[in-house]
Design a protein around this ligand. Structure first.
Ligand code: NAI
Ligand code: A1CAB
Length: 269
């Protein structure tokens, strides 16, 4: 990219984006300004990535062409109060915060600042993120393209209307946590049967990777894939029966619905 990038609130998500963008060469370290809360963290970012890292966001925002907002939703209001008045026409703001609507950000920034909201997920750390873009009112195609380039550096990107973003957050944003919980449970089952934690973790992790690749790359329906494992009169159906008796399917749907509701609460609070 030409110009300057600011990442405001460079925690886990912001750092993962930063490292991905530097790795693919989308920006050079001298083009990046990061802001964080603690001086120690700023020093760490400066030492690790060679970027300008500060504990104050307003100057970083004022100097940038593209601004990534990566603070927690609960801190975004205060961050916007700090940086909004320093922003100026022609800037593109990309917010990765869960639940915070583009109109909230538009209200805190000058009229012709473009906002693109993004919901990504933690595999940004390994360039396997699922990111969904939702353009705000003033976002032009070029702004969406910038967001697509940034998130495209660390995984797959699609665009959806903003009214679907709370659902996206609950599914793919939080999704890795559900899969890690499932992994914990399967590893515990291995331990119950006397398999070592390391071996059980290998079994579960590679099973998840293999199953995920089949689902993503073969274009087959998950029902067909599950049926292909479930032999008549066999072992898998005994487990599926218990999962259905325990209403695991409904539990997942209810859990995702609760996550979506929480996203809506964050938006209104
Ligand atoms: N962790 C995840 O899996 C996902 C997180 N997100 C979103 O990404 C955002 C960041 O999440 P994490 O990186 O996990 O949080 P985090 O807590 O690791 O990072 C947030 C950073 O913002 C800094 N910060 C807060 N207020 C600030 C201010 N006024 N000025 C400068 N820095 C400030 C904090 O010191 C912290 O370093 C959140 O809005 C979250 O909703 C979205 C999808 C997945
Ligand atoms: O739990 C959260 O609030 C964030 C948003 C999606 C994943 N982590």
């Amino acid at each position: 990219m030409d110009g300057q990038l600011a990442i405001l609130g460079t925690g886990r998500m912001g750092e993962a984006l930063l490292s991905g963008l530097l790795r693919v060469g989308w920006v050079k370290p001298h083009q990046v300004r990061c802001s964080v809360r603690g001086a120690e963290r700023a020093q760490y970012l400066a030492d690790t990535y060679g970027v300008d890292a500060r504990t104050e966001s307003a100057s970083a925002a004022a100097e940038a062409d593209v601004i990534v907002l990566a603070a927690k939703p609960q801190n975004l209001g205060a961050l916007l109060d700090e940086v909004g008045p320093k922003m100026h026409s022609g800037q593109t703001v990309i917010s990765v915060a869960a639940g915070v609507r583009t109109r909230r950000i538009e209200a805190a920034t000058p009229e012709d600042v473009s906002v693109v909201r993004v919901m990504s997920n933690v595999p940004v750390q390994i360039d396997e993120a699922m990111s969904v873009l939702a353009p705000g009112k003033h976002a032009a195609d070029a702004d969406v393209e910038v967001a697509r380039e940034i998130l495209g550096a660390v995984g797959r990107v699609i665009t959806l209307p903003e009214d679907q973003l709370d659902a996206v957050t609950a599914i793919s944003g939080s999704g890795p946590a559900y899969l890690f919980l499932l992994a914990e449970a399967l590893i515990d089952a291995g331990i119950l049967f006397g398999i070592s934690r390391d071996d059980a973790t290998d079994l579960v992790a590679q099973t998840m990777v293999g199953a995920a690749h089949m689902l993503r790359d073969q274009g087959r329906h998950p029902v067909e894939l599950r049926e292909s494992v479930t032999s008549p009169g066999g072992v898998t159906i005994a487990a599926i029966r218990v999962l259905e008796e325990e209403r695991v399917r409904a539990a997942f749907i209810n859990a995702v619905e609760a996550a979506k509701r929480r996203g809506e609460e964050l938006a209104s609070g």
